[in-house]
Design a protein around this ligand. Structure first.
Ligand code: 3PG
Length: 409
């Protein structure tokens, strides 16, 4: 028999073994009482089993028979391994830490269409293998399509490989998506003519009702990358877009709202699980966090997660991890040193907040990357790279995130 394996951290007034059994029963063939409707052979086929308990760590391992799952149905998968258990009265805290899937199950998913190699081919970095530099257009909402396209042009001319919408920008009246897309793609065509470089634009198609139509309209309108907020729209949104054969562009995945699930170490769903499901669903790039940015983190988990996304997984293509949130040129070195070269390093405020504007901000990011790639200390490199020197002047101090938020930066 094949199983999906799930690991949980559990806090309960019940002994750990008993609490694990309560979870296994609730999430498979049982409920709070024996029921007369249950065939006598059902448990042998479909009951989840507690296969390990670690009293010291407070964790348990539960095996779910594969037959309990519908093929390629992530909502049903989550309802099983991450459903009612979070609210059961006797289980005070529970966190789904990790999942392991049999090959036969994982291979039914499409996975990423491009992966790291495919995206590198589009951008032309397959030979040097350097990290990509991206930017999030700021302010995150409020610019009109022309203003947005102008910012995109400046960022691309400054050296960004990727321009992206922010997670809250979709199709609001002040910046309709079709006008925004055509404005930006026109500017990126000019960048191509002027510099020969292909710059990707992750166009945010996140929506509840018509995400596939939005994706189709975007690709017809020239989009070279789509963006989806996975947790607000659901993993099925990625699957639905990935399933459309005609949509031959990579999918950039933002994880906004993840903190509600991931941040509490004692309750919720670990980012590792979200990463695995995103890869199954077909995301080509995924925000996984940073070593030095504004979002809270566990570096150990981040490294392991990025390694998973970049490594083998039942024959599915890999995923380009994205480091984003509070990044500026001085963060490039720690990000690359800890997370490696297969990384998209994104800065919003850290580019558009440069004292000399967006072009200079993008240049400073590229200069920081060039310094790291050529193993030259940042301050040394900055001596004849004025944009980097100006960024060091602004962000070079040792200030905490609380101080930055309190006093500005
Ligand atoms: C993101 O999409 O990761 C954030 O909007 C990053 O913005 P920031 O670089 O200004 O923190």
């Amino acid at each position: 028999m094949e199983f999906v394996k799930a690991k949980y951290y559990v806090e309960s007034e019940l002994p750990l073994e008993k609490a694990a059994q309560v979870i296994a029963a609730e999430q498979s063939t049982g409920t709070w009482v024996d029921v007369s409707t249950k065939p006598s052979d059902l448990d042998a086929r479909l009951a989840a089993r507690v296969v390990g308990v670690d009293e010291e760590k407070g964790t348990c391992d539960i095996d779910f028979p594969l037959e309990i799952f519908e093929i390629s149905n992530i909502p049903q998968f989550l309802a099983t391994v991450a459903g009612n258990l979070f609210g059961l009265e006797p289980v005070k805290n529970v966190k789904l830490l990790d999942i392991e899937l049999p090959k036969s199950f994982a291979r039914e998913f499409k996975g990423p269409r491009f992966g790291i190699e495919g995206i590198r081919k589009l951008v032309g970095t397959e030979r040097d293998g350097r990290p990509h530099i991206g930017t999030i257009i700021k302010p995150k909402v409020g610019l009109n399509p022309k203003q947005t396209a102008d910012v995109a042009y400046d960022a691309a001319m400054g050296g960004c490989d990727l321009i992206k919408d922010d997670e809250t920008l979709t199709d609001q009246k002040f910046c309709p998506m079709e006008e925004r897309l055509s404005g930006i793609m026109e500017k990126l065509d000019s960048v191509k003519q002027e510099t020969g470089r292909t710059v990707l634009y992750a166009h945010n198609i996140t929506s509840g009702l018509d995400i596939v139509e939005r994706a189709e309209r975007a690709v017809e309108g020239g989009a070279n990358m789509l963006m989806i907020d996975v947790l607000t729209s659901g993993f099925s949104a990625i699957q639905a877009v990935r399933a459309e054969q005609a949509l031959k562009v990579p999918i950039h995945v933002h994880r906004t709202m993840h903190g509600a699930l991931t941040r509490n170490p004692r309750h919720g769903i670990a980012m590792t699980v979200i990463s695995k499901l995103t890869r199954l669903a077909g995301g080509d790039q995924l925000h996984t966090g940073t070593v030095s940015g504004k979002m809270e983190r566990s570096v150990e988990e981040l490294v392991a997660m990025n390694d998973f996304l970049k490594g083998g997984f039942h024959g599915l293509k890999n995923v380009f991890p994205v480091a984003s949130g509070g990044i500026h040129p001085l963060c490039v070195e720690p990000e690359v040193k800890t997370l490696g070269n297969d990384l998209v390093i994104q800065a919003g405020g850290g580019i558009h907040g440069h004292p000399d504007g967006t072009v200079a901000g993008a240049r400073a990011m590229r200069q920081a990357l060039d310094a790291v790639m050529s193993k030259i200390p940042l301050k040394e490199y900055a001596k004849d790279h004025k944009e980097l020197a100006r960024a060091i002047g602004k962000w070079g101090g040792d200030v905490s995130w609380s101080e930055i938020y309190e006093h500005g930066n």
